[in-house]
Design a protein around this ligand. Structure first.
Ligand SMILES: [Zn+2]
Length: 223
C-alpha cells in the first residue's frame, strides 16, 4: 500500500472517528458509515458460526464474531509481515465495532434500534442484547455497560488512528518508500555477524581474556 493510499485511508478513518465520537448511540450515524455494513456481515455470520455452542453463544456469537475478526486480522498482519500500520488500523476497526456493540447493548431495555429484518426490537421479539442481559440478570445495567463499551471503543479508535498516523509520519516509514535500501542495509548488517558464525568464536575470545584476567585478580585478592 502506497503512502498516499495509507494517508487517504487515515483521512477517511479520521472522518468516521469524528462522526462516531460526536454522535454516540445515534443509529443513523453509527449505522450509516460503510464499515457498519461490513461489521453486520460478520455479526450475522457469527450467529451461525457459534450456534453449535448453545443458545447463549448463538446469541452472543454475533457480537463476539464482529469483534474477533479485527483481532484475528491484526494478529495475522503482525505475524505475517510485522505490519504495525495495519495492526493499528485493525485496532481502530475493533473500536468502531465497539461503537456498534455499545449502541446495541445500550438499547436492551428501550428496544428502539431498527434491526436488520426491519422494525425495532420492541416491534419484534427483542434483540440479542435484550436476551443476553436478561439471561445474565443484568438488563438494568444496559446503559452502563453500553457506555463502558462505547467509551472503550472510542479510546481504541483514537489510539489506533493515532498510532497509524505516527507510523505513517515517522521517518523510518518514509525511508521505506526506498524499502530496498532499508532492506539492503539490513542484509549487510545481518551479514556481518554471520561470518563470525563462529559466533562461538566471538564469545569464546571474550570469555577467555576474562578468565585470564579473573585468575590474576583472584590471585591478587589473597594478597
Ligand atoms: Zn445479532
Amino acid at each position: 500500500m502506497s503512502r498516499a493510499a495509507k494517508a487517504a485511508l487515515l483521512v477517511l478513518l479520521a472522518w468516521w472517528t469524528w462522526r462516531l465520537l460526536t454522535h454516540p448511540f445515534q443509529q443513523d450515524v453509527v449505522g450509516g458509515i460503510f464499515m457498519h455494513r461490513v461489521d453486520l456481515m460478520f455479526h450475522e455470520a457469527g450467529h451461525l458460526l457459534w450456534s453449535p455452542f448453545g443458545e447463549f453463544m448463538t446469541m452472543f456469537g454475533g457480537t463476539l464474531n464482529q469483534c474477533l475478526v479485527p483481532i484475528v486480522c491484526a494478529i495475522a498482519f503482525y505475524r505475517g509481515s510485522r505490519d504495525l500500520f495495519a495492526v493499528s488500523v485493525m485496532g481502530w476497526w475493533l473500536g468502531e465495532n465497539l461503537q456498534d456493540v455499545g449502541m446495541y447493548i445500550n438499547d436492551a431495555r428501550d428496544l428502539q434500534l431498527q434491526l436488520l429484518g426491519g422494525g425495532t426490537g420492541a416491534e419484534i421479539e427483542g434483540h440479542d442484547w435484550e436476551h443476553l442481559l436478561t439471561m445474565m440478570h443484568a438488563i438494568t445495567l444496559d446503559h452502563r455497560i453500553g457506555h463502558v463499551v462505547q467509551t472503550a471503543g472510542a479510546v481504541l479508535m483514537i489510539a489506533g488512528l493515532g498510532a497509524a498516523i505516527f507510523l505513517l509520519a515517522r521517518p523510518q516509514d518514509r525511508g521505506q518508500a526506498g524499502g530496498t535500501r532499508t532492506a539492503g542495509t539490513r542484509t549487510t548488517e545481518s551479514a556481518r555477524p554471520l561470518p563470525p558464525r563462529a559466533g562461538t568464536s566471538t564469545i569464546a575470545p571474550r570469555r577467555a581474556p576474562e578468565h585470564r584476567t579473573a585468575a590474576p585478580t583472584g590471585q591478587q585478592s589473597p594478597t
